[in-house]
Design a protein around this ligand. Structure first.
Ligand SMILES: Nc1nc2c(c(=O)[nH]1)N[C@@H](CN(C=O)c1ccc(C(=O)N[C@@H](CCC(=O)O)C(=O)O)cc1)CN2
Length: 292
C-alpha cells in the first residue's frame, strides 16, 4: 500500500477562498473582522508563524493588529494588553502566540482572554463546552485535522482513534472532537506502557509527541489513517514530523505530510474562527444570537 497524502496547503487554500466571500458579506454589513496577535520575545519559529497568520488574514480581508512585546515583559504588563483588547469592541479575536518566556505563566494569560474573543479556543470555558459536545471555539490544530476527515470522507464512527500526546493545544481537544464524532478514543503519553501495542490497534493515529520521526512502520496498523502533527528539526536541520514519513507511507492508507499537512490547516482554522466570531457580532446587532 502507498498512502494517499492529505494536502493541507490545498485544503487551506480552498477554505480561505470561502472565507474571503464571507468577509466580503460582512464588510457589506459594515463589519471588518479584526484579529489581534500578540507575540512576546524572539522565538524565530513563532515569528514566522505570526507573519504567516498576518499574511493569511490580509489575503482574506481580515484586519490584523500585530503587537510585538519584549522578551523581558512582566506577566502583569502582558495581562494589561489582553485586558485592553478584551474591552475593545472593534476586536473580534485575540491570540497570544505560544510558547511564552519562562517568567510568564501561559495559562494565566490564555485564561485572561475573553472566551468570546478566544480564537485559539484555549480558554477553559471553551474547552469545557467542547468536552460537553457544545463547541463555541475550537483549538485550531485539532479543528484543522477534523477538516481532513470531512474533506476526504474519512468516517470516525466506531473507529479506534489513538492519540500520542496529551497537550492542552492538540492531544486533549483532539480527543474531545473525535469522541464527539463517535470514535472510540485512546490518549497515550510519555508514561504509557507498551505504546506500540496501542498504536498498532489504531484505525486513526494522531502523532503529536514532539519527537522527530518517532512513529515507525511497525507502530502502524496496515491501512490506518496517520496524522502527523510534529514539527521538528532533524540533525541536518531539515523540518520533519513525528512520523517517519518514508516508512509509514508504505503501510498507511492516508498520511499528512510535513511540511504542508496539519500546519497550514492550523492557520486556516484561525482565520475561520475569526470570521465566525465577527459574524456572531453581526447577529448580535440583529438581536438574534449572543456572542458569549
Ligand atoms: N497561540 C498559539 N500558539 C501556537 C499554536 C496555536 O495554534 N496558537 N500552534 C503552534 C504554532 N503554529 C501556530 O501558531 C503553527 C505552526 C506551524 C504552522 C505551519 O504552517 N507549518 C508549516 C511549516 C513551517 C516551517 O517551514 O517552519 C507546515 O507544516 O507546512 C502553522 C502554525 C504553537 N504555538
Amino acid at each position: 500500500m502507498v498512502a494517499k497524502l492529505l494536502d493541507g496547503k490545498k485544503l487551506a487554500m480552498e477554505i480561505r477562498t470561502h472565507l474571503k466571500q464571507r468577509v466580503q458579506e460582512l464588510k457589506q454589513k459594515g463589519v471588518t473582522p479584526k484579529l489581534v496577535v500578540i507575540l512576546v520575545g524572539n522565538d524565530s519559529a513563532s515569528r514566522i508563524y505570526v507573519r504567516n497568520k498576518h499574511r493569511a488574514a490580509q489575503k482574506i480581508g481580515i484586519e490584523t493588529k500585530d503587537i510585538e512585546l519584549p522578551q523581558e515583559i512582566t506577566e502583569n504588563e502582558l495581562l494589561a494588553y489582553v485586558k485592553k483588547y478584551n474591552e475593545d469592541d472593534s476586536v473580534h479575536g485575540i491570540l497570544v502566540q505560544l510558547p511564552l518566556p519562562a517568567q510568564i505563566n501561559a495559562e494565566k494569560i490564555t485564561h485572561a482572554i475573553a472566551p468570546a474573543k478566544d480564537v485559539d479556543g484555549f480558554h477553559p470555558v471553551n474547552i469545557g463546552h467542547l468536552f460537553m459536545n457544545d463547541p463555541h471555539a475550537l483549538p485550531c490544530t485539532p479543528h484543522g485535522i477534523m477538516q481532513f476527515f470531512k474533506k476526504y470522507n474519512i468516517s470516525l464512527m466506531g473507529k479506534h482513534a489513538v492519540i500520542v500526546g496529551r497537550s492542552n493545544i492538540v492531544g486533549r481537544p483532539m480527543a474531545a472532537m473525535m469522541l464527539n464524532n463517535d470514535a472510540t478514543v485512546t490518549i497515550t503519553h510519555s508514561k504509557t506502557k507498551n505504546l506500540s501495542e496501542l498504536t498498532r490497534q489504531a484505525d486513526i493515529l494522531i502523532a503529536a509527541i514532539g519527537q522527530a520521526e518517532f512513529i515507525k512502520k511497525t507502530d502502524v496498523k496496515p491501512g490506518a489513517v496517520v496524522i502527523d502533527v510534529g514539527m521538528n528539526r532533524n540533525d541536518k536541520g531539515k523540518l520533519v514530523g513525528d512520523v517517519d514519513q518514508k516508512e509509514v507511507a508504505e503501510v498507511a492508507s492516508y498520511l499528512t505530510p510535513v511540511p504542508g499537512g496539519v500546519g497550514p490547516m492550523t492557520i486556516a482554522m484561525l482565520m475561520e474562527q475569526t470570521v465566525k466570531f465577527a459574524e456572531r457580532g453581526v447577529q448580535n446587532v440583529d438581536g438574534e444570537v449572543s456572542n458569549g
